[in-house]
Design a protein around this ligand. Structure first.
Ligand SMILES: CC(C)(COP(=O)(O)OP(=O)(O)OC[C@H]1O[C@@H](n2cnc3c(N)ncnc32)[C@H](O)[C@@H]1OP(=O)(O)O)[C@@H](O)C(=O)NCCC(=O)NCCS
Length: 166
C-alpha cells in the first residue's frame, strides 16, 4: 500500500479523530499568519530570523501551508520546487500542544500533493541525526535515507538526507 493510503487509513481508523475530528484545516499560508508561525517557530526551534520566513513565503506561496484548528495555528510546513523534478521540504513544525496527533502527517500529505501537482517526481528533506521523532514520521510517509551531511547544522550536528518518489 502507498504510504499516503496508509496514512489516510490511519486517520480514518481514529488515530486522530478522538481529538480533532474533521476540525483540522490544511490551507495555504496567508500574510496574517506570520506572527503565529513565528511563535511556533520560537517554541520548537528557538526562533529563526523572521525575514527568512517572510521571504520564503513570498517566493513560494503555493507550497507554504498551515494547519489550523478552531482558528488557531497548530503547525506549518514550508516546501519548494528545488529543481524541475524535485520538491524539497525546508521547514516543518507543529506546536508542542498539538504534537503526536497526526498534524505533521497531514501537513506532509498536503505539501507532497502540491509537489506532485507542480510536476515533481521526488521529494527530499534533511533532518537532524538526533531527531528520531521526525525521522519516524518521514519513514512512515515513505521517505528513505539517501545520505548524510556531516556538520550540516550550525551547532555541528550532522543531517540525514531523506528522499522518496512521488
Ligand atoms: C516532528 C514533528 C513535525 C512531527 O509532527 P507531529 O504532528 O507531532 O507528527 P505526527 O503526529 O503526524 O506523527 C508523528 C508520530 O506519528 C507516527 N506516525 C505518523 N504517521 C504514521 C503512519 N502513517 N504510520 C505509522 N506511524 C506514523 C510517527 O512515528 C510519530 O510517532 P510518535 O508521535 O508516537 O512519536 C513535530 O513533532 C515537531 O514540530 N517537532 C519539532 C520540530 C521538528 O523537529 N521539525 C522537523 C524538523 S526536520
Amino acid at each position: 500500500m502507498w504510504p499516503e493510503e496508509q496514512a489516510h487509513g490511519r486517520l480514518k481508523d481514529g488515530f486522530n479523530d478522538a481529538v480533532f475530528g474533521d476540525s483540522v484545516i490544511i490551507r495555504r499560508f496567508r500574510p496574517g499568519d506570520l506572527e503565529a508561525a513565528l511563535e511556533i517557530d520560537m517554541e520548537v526551534f528557538g526562533g529563526y530570523d523572521p525575514a527568512i520566513f517572510a521571504t520564503f513565503y513570498e517566493c513560494h506561496p503555493n507550497s507554504t501551508l498551515v494547519a489550523e484548528i478552531g482558528g488557531a495555528m497548530a503547525g506549518f510546513i514550508l516546501g519548494f520546487k528545488h529543481t524541475p523534478f524535485e520538491g524539497r521540504i525546508f521547514w516543518l513544525a507543529v506546536a508542542p500542544g498539538y504534537q503526536s496527533r497526526g498534524i505533521g502527517m497531514r501537513l506532509l500529505l498536503g505539501v507532497l500533493k502540491i509537489f506532485r501537482q507542480m510536476g515533481a517526481l521526488n521529494a527530499t528533506l534533511e533532518v537532524r541525526v538526533s531527531n528520531k521523532k521526525a525521522q519516524s514520521l518521514y519513514s512512515a510517509m515513505g521517505f528513505c535515507m539517501s545520505g548524510v551531511f556531516p556538520g550540516y547544522y550550525s551547532d555541528g550536528e550532522a543531517a540525514i538526507i531523506m528522499k522518496r518518489r512521488l
